[in-house]
Design a protein around this ligand. Structure first.
Ligand SMILES: Cc1cc2nc3c(=O)[nH]c(=O)nc-3n(C[C@H](O)[C@H](O)[C@H](O)COP(=O)(O)OP(=O)(O)OC[C@H]3O[C@@H](n4cnc5c(N)ncnc54)[C@H](O)[C@@H]3O)c2cc1C
Length: 346
C-alpha cells in the first residue's frame, strides 16, 4: 500500500472527522515550536489509545505518542506519520489507591483529586507540566518538602502498578520492577511499550499539610522557572551533573542571554532556553550545540540533553550567538537568597 492509501486507511478506521491532516504541533508542546504532523489524532480513552497505536503498527505507519509535549522538541519540518495526542484522562479513587489513564494531567487534575480525597504522595510534583504517561517515561521528580529539601523524590515511590500495551500489541499488567526507573529514566526510553493507565498507592494526610507543600513548591518554582505562558520552554535542557549542576557551568561560562533567533538562554536559569516568539527548532538545536561545545572547551564537562527530539529537523543554526541583556528588574532565586542571608546577618 502506498503512503496516500495507508493514510486514507488510518482516517477511515479512526474516523475521518477525528483524524486531521497537516496539523501544526507547536501549540501542543510547551516550547511552542515545531512543524506539522501529516496525521493528528486525539485518543480520548485508554481503549482509543490502544486501538490507534495497534492500527499504526499494523499498517506500518510511523507514529508518535504526545502527552503535554513538555519534554519533546518537534523538528521544524514536522512529523511524517501519525501523532497520537493522549487525552485519555479518566481517574478513579478506591481507598488509598488512585487509578489514572495515562493521558491524565498530573497537575492540577491528578494532584487535586488526590488532595481532595485526603491522599498524599503526589503533591510534590505540583506545577510540573506532565501527563501520567510522560511522568512514568521520565520518572517525574522534585525536591523533598521544606525546610530540609534533603533529597529528590520520584514518582516511582508511589507507583503501585500499570497497564501497558507491549510492542507486540499485548495488554499486560506490570509492577514497579518492570520500569527499571532511574534519574530521568525508565524502560520506556528503550522499548516501544505504551502506558495505558497507572495505579498510585498513596497514604492519608491532612489537606492542610498537602496544601502547604504545594504552596512552598509552587513558590520555589515561580522564583526559578520562566513562566510557561509568557516564556515557553521545555524545562531543563541538560541532565543534572551530580554535585556541580549543568546550569551553574553554563552560568559560569557567561552564556546567559545567548540567542539564535528567538531562542535564548534565559537569564532566570542558565539550564533553560526560552522561545521568545517565532523560535525554530534549528535555532534551539544550534544553541544547544553551541552551549555544549563552549562548556566542554571551558570546563571539560560534556553536557547531555534530557529532552526527546521528534520528527524532521533542518540543519542546526551555527555561528556566534547574539547576547541579550538581562531584563531590567529580574532577580534570580540565588540573588534573593543571598539578599535574605545578608539582611539576617546585619
Ligand atoms: C517548565 C518545565 C518544568 C519542568 N520541571 C520538571 C521537574 O521539576 N521535574 C521533572 O521531572 N520534569 C520536569 N519537566 C519535564 C517534563 O515536565 C516531564 O518530563 C514530563 O513528565 C513530560 O510529560 P509529557 O506528558 O509532557 O510527555 P511528552 O513530553 O509529551 O513526552 C515525553 C516522552 O514520553 C513518551 N510518552 C508520553 N506518554 C507516554 C505513554 N503513555 N506511554 C509511553 N510513553 C509515553 C513520549 O512518546 C515521549 O517520548 C519540566 C518541563 C517544563 C516545560
Amino acid at each position: 500500500m502506498n503512503l496516500h492509501a495507508t493514510y486514507q486507511t488510518v482516517c477511515r478506521t479512526l474516523g475521518t472527522e477525528r483524524v486531521r491532516r497537516n496539523v501544526p504541533l507547536a501549540p501542543y508542546t510547551t516550547m511552542k515550536l515545531g512543524g506539522p504532523a501529516d496525521l493528528y489524532y486525539e485518543a480520548g480513552s485508554a481503549e482509543e489509545l490502544s486501538a490507534s497505536v495497534k492500527l499504526a503498527r499494523t499498517l506500518g505507519v510511523p507514529f508518535f505518542l504526545l502527552g503535554c509535549g513538555a519534554n519533546v522538541v518537534v523538528g521544524d519540518r514536522g512529523f511524517r506519520g501519525l501523532v497520537i495526542r493522549n487525552m485519555a484522562r479518566h481517574i478513579h479513587v478506591d481507598g488509598t489507591r488512585i487509578t489514572a489513564e495515562s493521558g491524565t494531567i498530573v497537575y492540577p487534575d491528578l494532584i487535586e483529586t488526590a488532595v481532595q480525597a485526603g491522599l498524599s504522595g503526589l503533591e510534590h510534583y505540583v506545577g510540573i507540566p506532565s501527563t501520567v504517561g510522560g511522568a512514568l517515561w521520565q520518572n517525574l521528580h522534585f525536591l523533598a518538602p521544606p525546610p530540609k529539601r534533603e533529597r529528590t523524590m520520584f514518582i516511582e515511590e508511589v507507583l503501585a502498578e500499570a497497564t501497558v500495551l507491549t510492542e507486540s500489541n499485548v495488554i499486560r499488567e506490570v509492577g514497579l520492577d518492570y520500569f527499571k526507573f532511574g534519574y530521568d529514566y525508565s524502560i520506556l526510553h528503550v522499548c516501544d511499550d505504551i502506558v495505558l493507565s497507572a495505579v498510585f498507592n498513596l497514604f492519608p494526610a491532612s489537606e492542610a499539610y498537602m496544601r502547604s507543600v504545594m504552596h512552598a513548591n509552587l513558590t520555589w518554582r515561580a522564583l526559578r522557572h520562566p513562566p510557561l505562558d509568557s516564556e515557553p520552554s521545555v524545562g531543563s535542557i541538560f541532565k543534572k551533573i551530580e554535585g556541580i549542576g549543568a546550569g551553574r557551568l553554563i552560568d559560569e561560562c557567561g552564556l546567559k542571554g545567548a540567542s539564535y533567533g528567538d531562542i535564548t538562554v534565559t537569564h532566570r536559569h542558565a539550564n533553560i532556553m526560552i522561545n521568545q516568539g517565532a523560535g525554530r527548532a534549528a535555532d534551539l538545536q544550534g544553541l544547544i550545540e553551541y552551549v555544549r561545545d563552549y562548556v566542554a572547551r571551558e570546563t571539560g564537562y560534556r553536557l547531555e540533553t534530557e529532552i526527546d527530539f521528534v520528527g524532521e529537523f533542518d540543519p542546526p543554526t551555527t555561528g556566534n550567538p547574539v547576547y541579550h541583556p538581562r531584563p531590567a528588574g529580574l532577580v534570580t532565586a540565588e540573588e534573593l537568597a543571598a539578599r535574605r542571608k545578608a539582611s539576617m546577618t546585619q
